[in-house]
Design a protein around this ligand. Sequence first.
Ligand code: KG4
Ligand code: ZN
Length: 346
Amino acid sequence: MTVMNILAIESSCDETAAAVIRDGHTALSNIIASQVEIHARYGGVVPEVAARSHIEVIIAVIEKSLSDAKLTWDDIDAIAVTKGPGLIGSLLIGVMTAKTLALVKRKPLIGVNHIWAHAFASFLDAEKPEFPILALTVSGGHSALSLYHEDLSREVVGETLDDAAGEAFDKVAKLLGLSYPGGPAVSKAALEGNPDAYKFPIANLGKASFDFSFSGLKTAVLRQVQQITGVNPGALDGVKSYQLDPQVVADLAASFQKAAITALIKQTHKAYLQYQPKALVVGGGVAANTYLREKLLDIIPEAIFVPPVLCTDNAAMIGALAYQKYQKGQITDPFELTADSSLELI
Ligand code: KG4
Ligand code: ZN
């Protein structure tokens, strides 16, 4: 039986990643060179620094993905790459590298949407989802509920009206003086806190809406910090000049996490009942959150969570979606492929 090996490349933000995916579901290798330490000192991703760092490591990362998979270029049947959305300078490095390799090595090229790929990471699990798939995709830049159909079309049924879920975690982490990236730091602090210590709001956008909104919640946390410290963090311009007691930080983190996650679960459950999909999958960085996993599985035990290591940015998910596209003949002309930082809905 012939197998199909796709070499996938991801460089949309602050991870330079490459993976080899066999037959759309097995990761023979999954290399992720993270820039977290580089950006942590600035408290967030600096686009120019990210792009430069991708250039420095991308070839080594690709070579390692081949050697870890114990394969050579002859074994690779196609090349896949993230075409957007993301930071334009970062995307360009992956796209230019993939185009060049596709032409030089004479391989078909498949351009992939990063947001879609977060949901298709679920195909790398033992339990493969069936179409139509309702996907909750919650990352640093996006929060959406989408329906994916057999023909690989996507219908967005709900999305954030303001901040993405991960962005809200990152901003609240900053307010609490926690380290970057904020999501893991907030959920770790929350383990020691009381989720009912503070009552934070959950946006009510009406019965018929499957959208999200986190700006009211974020402002409520800011006001609470202001009340506790007597300092307005909003007027500090990023300079931290207050110190919160660790137990207060834990209680604020736990109460914020409860409100943010309850909002995600409420809309997801409503959409699940309304659209009755064959599968519900949850992916993206925030899907690594343990509280979200536990609470959603309590309500929808059949929900498929992307494995934690594949929730945050990686190239294995790019390969998983590329395989589905290849099966449908959705190949990209290397001369036509362009990086697009705002590619959200196609
Ligand atoms: O998918 P991802 O790696 O990158 C984007 O495409 O944006 O998501 C990163 C986001 C960050 O905002 C990070 O704070 C959040 O996912 N995140 C978490 C957790 N782990 C990562 N948020 C909540 N709980 C976590 N355990
Ligand atoms: Zn992502």
